[in-house]
Design a protein around this ligand. Structure first.
Ligand SMILES: N[C@@H](CCC(=O)N[C@@H](CS)C(=O)NCC(=O)O)C(=O)O
Length: 213
């Protein structure tokens, strides 16, 4: 198979795609997009994703370019025949939890990251708003993971791949604790122990990022 090209950077959304590629074992090569330098706004990248965001994959053998991490995970699951349940009920639930990540977890933690870490002006009411909303989405996940080993049922799947990198960023970059959510903490540790997750987290190599900067 001709390797899939992964356009990415060291971020939670990028890690979703690199973890999924590692999990499936599909051959791929990394194309670094330095979003701190602005590579994502260059014409060549905008031709792949006019929304100027990583990750993007190009699958030369299939003649397909796919944007949006949720769509990328779905595509790679179909391409590999893994990590997407066969039955309607679990497939629809997988779509629901994938959209929950994209609509709630990612934007909430992303805004918290911006206002708590990057913003020059620290506005307590804004930070408080996104901290409270982060705690709420954590509780939603904890409830779901109290009923199942994984986000959708007992098997590891794309809803887990979609969600885990943001919980990892919340813990390691935003200093959020999982103590109040034991089911979420148990799932977080179990997924962290997967070798493919550890390999995917190392993509792109920090040395590549430093070289590109
Ligand atoms: N909804 C998108 C979000 C992707 C996203 O926000 N990517 C960030 C990095 S984590 C990015 O490329 N930011 C660059 C920019 O906004 O200019 C997805 O799930 O793929």
């Amino acid at each position: 198979m001709i390797p899939i090209q992964l356009y990415t950077y060291q971020t939670p959304n990028g890690h979703k795609a690199s973890i999924m590629l590692e999990e499936t074992g599909l051959p791929y090569e990394v194309r670094l997009v330095d979003i701190e330098r602005g590579d994502q706004k260059e014409a060549a990248f905008l031709a792949l994703n006019p929304n100027n965001k990583i990750p993007v994959i190009v699958d030369p053998e299939a003649g397909r370019t796919v944007v949006e991490s949720g769509a990328i995970l779905h595509y790679l699951a179909e391409r590999s025949g893994r990590f997407l349940p066969a039955g309607e009920r679990e497939r629809t639930d997988t779509l629901a939890w994938t959209l929950f990540q994209a609509a709630h977890i990612g934007p909430t933690l992303g805004q918290l990251w911006n206002f708590k870490v990057f913003a020059a002006e620290k506005i307590p009411s804004v930070i408080g708003r996104f901290e409270a909303e982060s705690a709420r989405v954590f509780r939603v996940l904890d409830g779901q993971l109290g009923r199942h080993a994984h986000i959708v049922g007992e098997a590891y799947g794309i809803a887990d791949v979609m969600t885990w990198p943001w919980i990892h960023a919340a813990v390691t970059r935003l200093g959020l604790a999982l103590d109040a959510n034991p089911h979420l903490a148990r799932w977080y540790a179990a997924v962290a122990a997967r070798p493919a997750v550890q390999r995917g987290l190392a993509v792109p190599a920090l040395a590549d990022q430093a070289h590109a900067a």
